[in-house]
Design a protein around this ligand. Structure first.
Ligand SMILES: O=C(O)CCC(=O)C(=O)O
Length: 249
């Protein structure tokens, strides 16, 4: 087993260093900023947008971002973790800005937002800027993913956040070009950005092409980044949004 896979299996996350070159990340930052300029920050009601700039799917705005999702270094690192069939569920762009609030992204698990049948979905957080503790980098409870699906573990579940306080979690400090991969079971969140330097990330949600999203998917690009999607059918390719038939659940 590779070092990254062994670390990921034990801890529920893995920081892949220098996946994107400094030149590539500068170009990606240019398009990141271009996208942010187009967002009407205050009108965005998504919870991740509180005081931040947020949008889904930067690859729908920018060819450079589409190419980033197909970049060999990114997919090689992902392949170590979920195998060679890699399907994009969706991606989110977050520019986390200076804030005085307590927790900008409350401790939670991701599975309830995007459940899949085989639980292979992971996130790859592409660091466009640095992410220091002061800038509100990702914080995780290493090993918590081994407990699987915990009910009531979303960002709205204050009991969960009292049991697993964000201050006690491990900060994952990253540099531009790094990618933090994390399981959708690992308890994670992040504190506010206390600095004047925005923390820029694109979080890419991918799953194995042998797995599939459960139920009706609110957002699911269903784009194959590498290998094959073993569940795509004539019908699902036509509709884009898939409702699984009850008998096949
Ligand atoms: O952006 C962050 O710091 C955390 C993001 C997060 O919690 C998530 O993507 O599920």
């Amino acid at each position: 087993m590779s070092r990254s896979k062994a670390f990921f299996e034990e801890n529920g996350f893995f920081l892949a260093k220098g996946v994107f070159s400094p030149k590539k990340i500068r170009e990606l930052e240019e398009d990141f900023d271009r996208i942010v300029d187009r967002l009407e920050v205050d009108k965005n009601t998504h919870s991740l947008a509180k005081g931040n700039a947020y949008t889904l799917n930067p690859h729908q705005y920018s060819g450079r971002w589409m190419a980033a999702l197909l970049e060999d270094g990114f997919l090689n690192a992902a392949e170590e973790l979920i195998g060679g069939d890699i399907v994009l569920s969706h991606a989110s762009l977050v520019e986390k800005r200076k804030s005085e609030s307590r927790a900008s992204i409350e401790m939670h698990q991701d599975w309830s937002y995007m459940p899949t049948r085989e639980n292979t979905l992971i996130s790859g957080m592409i660091h466009v800027s640095g992410a220091t503790e002061e800038m509100g980098c990702l914080r995780v409870f290493p090993g918590s993913h081994l407990r699987g699906r915990i009910p009531d573990s979303s960002r709205a579940d204050t009991d969960f956040q009292e049991r697993f306080p964000i201050e006690a979690a491990t900060p994952v400090v990253a540099e531009p070009g790094d990618v933090t991969f994390f399981s959708y079971f690992v308890y994670h969140g992040s504190m506010p950005n206390r600095t004047g330097t925005p923390r820029k990330t694109v979080i890419v949600r991918i799953l194995s092409g042998r797995d599939q999203r459960e139920g009706i998917c609110e957002y699911n690009e269903n784009i194959v980044l590498r290998g094959f999607n073993h569940h795509t059918t004539f019908e699902s390719a036509r509709k884009g949004v898939v409702e699984l038939r009850a008998e096949s659940k």
